[in-house]
Design a protein around this ligand. Sequence first.
Ligand code: FE
Length: 214
Amino acid sequence: MNNPLQSPSHIGYADGKYVLPPLPYAYDALEPLMDEATVRLHHDKHHAAYVAGANAAAAKLKEIADGTADAALTTPTVRNLSFHTSGHALHTIFWTNMTPTPKAAPAGPLAAAIEAKFGSLSAMLTVFKAAAAGVEGSGWAILGIDPVSRELVVCGAEKHQNLEIPGLVPLLACDVWEHAYYLLHQNNRAAYIENFVKLINWDDVEARYEAATA
Ligand code: FE
């Protein structure tokens, strides 16, 4: 099973550095469901900070490995790397999971897998939206593939790195950190989740499913 969380091309990693992928559309392309100011800050400041943090933590781990930094820093530095690389990977998926020109429903093997597991697309989305609403504090709702059963599963992640299913292969990720919605939706996370669902790029989710199960 191919996991985009572990793939340099999916996570944005080249020449030994984590890199911020450009947005796959204009900052204002998701208006009015997702506002330009939020998208700009979210990508250029928040996502960029995770990339910078990942590179800083990776550099510190190299110093620890070659003896130029204190080995006692290993645990907090690995924790830092986990937080920032997980944030980087999930944001990279999140941006491509949305499109200004969404189609109403998935097709192909993904559609069949959703129907087999949940009964229907709308039933899966009910579970997905409930998972997103239920994240305590900052985190994500994710539709992914359980690496053991190989079945679709909806779960959450606390912060970025604490996946509720170890080894989960994410296909569709909804960021429910307040920075993702507070400018436009204030405290109405449910309205933001509804708008995210309307923007889902099912072509991208299908491609991720097919790549993971190939
Ligand atoms: Fe975010």
